[in-house]
Design a protein around this ligand. Structure first.
Ligand SMILES: Cc1cc2nc3c(=O)[nH]c(=O)nc-3n(C[C@H](O)[C@H](O)[C@H](O)COP(=O)(O)OP(=O)(O)OC[C@H]3O[C@@H](n4cnc5c(N)ncnc54)[C@H](O)[C@@H]3O)c2cc1C
Length: 521
């Protein structure tokens, strides 16, 4: 089944039913569907159009507001990026009272490569947003360059995902999804920052929360200094909730205030991107460069990308993994300069076509951040380190984990309580754990320049091998029709199972740190 423009709610349910439960989240149960085997959000009575139109606060919240001075919302979500907004959409769509707190005002700029793969498109279509992407650049596949060879690969046919992607700036994309959540009934407090969690008591993994303290930010201070725990001001107010979702991105200050940690022995990405004008702005392929050279032609650690935006611009970026022993010594601005100098001339990249200095960020990947679930708190998206280590893709995984979190919270609110949150943790592990374990081993291997040269050098000579790799690296394998990619992945998975994850990764990280004379990060 393909995802088409204007996917209806009925179609979305069908698509959700076709979804591979082991790899991707199942849809948030529909309250109107008596066949739903595990009705969580279904416990919430369906709203009439009039009730929907009356928006916030809605029936349940209003009743609580009348009984108590401060309303207790069903769910408060910290952050309105892909993970937070998708979680808000699915919860609101199921009828729950959900508030998203976002420190910026949409539309807002967000540093990203702006690439949506078929996995991300699938999630957007499920939220009824594919029509809204119509003005964005639709592309058909990936062109890879490496060690003197290039290969063009179309996105594969897949029963659950479309065979195309889009590029769209986060300035345009994130506001669309947040607005969709609001249309479904969520409340969005933008220009408002969560400055601290309100802790009721300690919990076995994360603290049990009463809600969060929020601060409205004047427009000019929206990008100001980060808050610190206990840093309260006169205008701060409490937002109470039965459940809290932390979706505050890669730096996840709120997550860290709760005691989450990133495992430093697992890979972390660092990337930089800038925009350039280019005649090839509407190229039908996104491009990835697996070997970047300096002015003397020496390979420098890192990879590069050029993503056509279809609006006169291309998004150009470079990335680096902490598993590369040379990580500490690399200046990412120099890496970007080297890539811009070295990239194929036809793109026309130069200081003259640059639209401004590049900006960068971290890519927490491979499920490196935890704990992900507490008694009444869940983490989703980058806050939980959900980026795919194979390709640095995080938007789709933000949407997917936000959706999984919504499903778990529906069950929790429907009566299962903390048990449903523990299920979320298990679902994340089941959906991504084995795949990310292979991905982590793979990136560790190709972080060795010799191994990289061997793998890429051999792979790039065969279109067939590269097409299988694309299916693996973009997580587009087909359990329903196992072919060479699925068989190769299974072999990789079996080998990675033989290695005790922690021991192997700790050894690699220790070796890397010793070699560079400093701890990673
Ligand atoms: C250079 C670069 C290029 C990338 N390219 C791609 C790509 O091409 N494709 C792809 O799929 N992924 C890409 N990624 C990864 C992708 O950007 C992330 O994985 C994705 O944004 C994660 O979504 P999220 O919702 O978890 O976090 P975010 O998108 O970071 O959203 C978090 C939100 O929370 C808000 N927030 C933070 N703290 C608070 C607070 N205390 N109170 C209120 N609000 C708060 C922030 O303002 C933000 O809007 C790239 C990343 C980088 C750095």
């Amino acid at each position: 089944m393909t995802v088409s423009a204007g996917t209806s709610r009925a179609d979305r349910k069908l698509l959700a039913a076709a979804y591979d439960a082991g790899v991707t989240p199942r849809a948030v149960p529909d309250p109107a569907d008596p066949a739903d085997p595990k009705p969580g959000p279904a416990a919430r009575p369906p709203r009439t159009p009039a009730a929907k139109a009356s928006a916030t606060p809605r029936t349940r919240a209003s009743a609580r507001a009348a009984a108590t001075p401060t309303p207790v919302h069903d769910v408060v979500i910290v952050g309105g990026g892909p993970a937070g907004s998708s979680c808000a959409f699915w919860l609101a769509d199921a009828g729950w009272d959900v508030v998203v707190v976002e420190k910026k005002h949409f539309p807002r700029v967000k540093t990203c490569g702006d690439g949506l793969t078929p996995r991300a498109v699938r999630q957007l279509a499920d939220m009824g947003l594919e029509d809204a992407l119509a003005g964005s650049h639709k592309y058909g596949g990936l062109r890879a360059y490496g060690f003197g060879h290039s290969v063009e690969m179309q996105w594969p046919e897949h029963p659950n995902f479309p065979n195309y992607g889009y590029t769209i700036t986060r300035h345009d994309l994130d506001g669309l999804v947040a607005e969709r959540a609001v249309k479904a009934g969520a409340t969005l407090l933008s220009g408002t920052e969560v400055v601290a969690p309100i802790i009721l008591e300690a919990g076995p993994t994360l603290p049990h929360l009463k809600g969060v303290t929020i601060r409205e930010k004047a427009a000019e201070t929206v990008t100001g200094d980060p808050p610190t725990a206990g840093d309260r001001e006169a205008g701060d107010r409490e937002l109470l909730a039965r459940y809290v979702v932390v979706a505050d991105g890669a730096n996840s200050r709120v997550g860290r205030m709760l005691g989450t940690n990133r495992r430093r022995d697992l890979p972390l990405g660092m990337a930089l991107r800038g925009y350039y004008t280019s005649d090839r702005h509407d190229d039908p392929f996104i491009e990835s460069h697996l070997d970047i050279r300096d002015a003397e032609g020496n390979v420098v650690p890192g990879y590069g990308w050029i993503f056509p935006m279809g609006d006169g611009r291309v998004n150009v970026g470079v990335g680096l993994l902490s598993t590369d022993r040379r990580w500490k010594g690399v200046n990412t601005s120099h890496l970007m300069d080297a890539f811009v100098n070295w990239a194929p001339e036809s793109w026309g990249l130069s200081p003259e076509t640059s639209l401004g200095p590049p900006t960068g960020g971290k890519l927490p990947m491979g499920l490196s951040v935890g704990p992900r679930a507490g008694v009444n708190v869940l983490l989703a998206g980058d806050a939980a380190g959900t980026i795919n280590p194979f390709n640095g893709e995080g938007i789709a995984y933000g949407y997917e984990t936000g959706r999984l979190a919504a499903s778990a919270l529906g069950h929790a609110l429907g009566g299962e309580g903390a048990r449903a949150l523990a299920d979320y943790d298990r679902q994340i592990e089941a959906a991504y754990g084995p795949y990310y374990k292979v991905a982590r081993a793979f990136v560790r291997m190709i972080s060795n320049p010799q191994a990289m040269k061997l793998c890429v050098g051999v792979g790039m000579r065969s279109e067939f091998i590269m097409n299988q790799l694309l299916r693996i690296m973009a997580n587009l394998m087909r359990p329903d029709a196992p072919g060479p990619a699925e068989i190769a992945f299974r072999a990789m998975e079996l080998i990675s199972r033989l290695l005790p994850d922690e021991v192997a990764e700790l050894e690699a990280a220790t070796a890397g740190a010793l070699a560079s004379g400093a701890p990673l990060e």
